[in-house]
Design a protein. Sequence first.
Length: 403
Amino acid sequence: MKYNFDEIVNRRNTYSLKWDGGELIKAIGFTERYDSETIPLFTADMDLPVPQPIIDALHKTVDHRIFGYSVFPDEYYESIQHWFKKRHDWKISREEIVYSPGTVHALNVAVKALTKPGDGVIIQRPVYPPFTAAVEGNGRVVQNNALKCDSEGNYTIDFEDFESKAKEETTTMFILCNPHNPAGRIFTQEELKRLSDICEEHNVLIVADEIHGDLIRKNQTFYPIAKVANNTDHILTCTAINKTFNVAGLHCTNVVISNPDIRKIFSEAMGMHLPSPFTVSALIAAYNEGADWLEQLKEYLDETMEYVKNFFAKNLPTVKVSIPEGTYVMWLDFRGYGLSSKEVHDRIYNKANVVLEDGELFGEEGEGFQRICIPSPRPIIKEALERISLQFQDVESEILLKS
Ligand SMILES: Cc1ncc(COP(=O)(O)O)c(C=O)c1O
């Protein structure tokens, strides 16, 4: 079936964090302004309807009329195994799969169960803020192996620094984000193998958050670290339908852990989580029947990214924008204006009335950047960009005059 991703579905009054969560996001300090005219492009969920097979499966579950305690049927595990084998050539055994109601929850459980208070945990900033929270919030210490950014906005790993941090006696875990949010990198097989080898050598566990792994540009290939590593005994991988199929509200992450001892510790710390019947039916439908939708979605996201890049090149050429290899977030570099981060924030959030995410929330390396989530109907993205553009025309003209 052909999907129309340009269709605007009104999400207000649907308990949406993005569209109804103004009070919450003001309280946590993301924005001062949030009203009925705000365009929210901050959180990573899509304003796009999910694949029809998921909707049909959920209808079927509703039609049962009874929503009691549920279990994971064989089909649940088989669907996961089939998806990862077919799409990523990654063979997962059924017993390796541990359910978690969320990825952030899984990261926190892993940190608490598999490291000790005071241990060092490597993360690669600028990075999705809950990584820092999972480390510091649990009394562990961030070892920041900051990504290196060149003048074109390309991010690479500082391996020398990584190894020196991994070598430290107190470093016991590395939380990998691949594809990387917000830097947009999909790490190569060589990079992943090198990271895995260093961690294996220095007894550092890897928790790989790969939940953006299906959301990659058409010309890209994503490699799960557990597939390219020599040995997977030190690797836990978070996979999810949440991002791929826009069902974050259904709470479905599956953590793949091949090492039985680590799996036991992690599972015990996780405790018993029975699934919602909606989660089970959605996952089976998504992984068995959602591929066609995903291919169409990827095309739409690629086109939107081209649109965003071209829009900035034409209207605000001082803002550096590159198309990420993976994820549906774009990382906009506003530093060329020489404005303070506060001033950039004020122009976008208060004056343009568009809510993005300030770069410094991802670590000091993000200072001067803004993250925009683009999986919305293109008319919404266009309006947001036009509003933002109006607020920077004065500084853009000044720069033009000087050149
Ligand atoms: C890299 C990454 N990990 C985890 C999450 C959140 O996942 P969950 O809703 O499963 O906790 C996000 C959401 O934006 C994310 O970008």
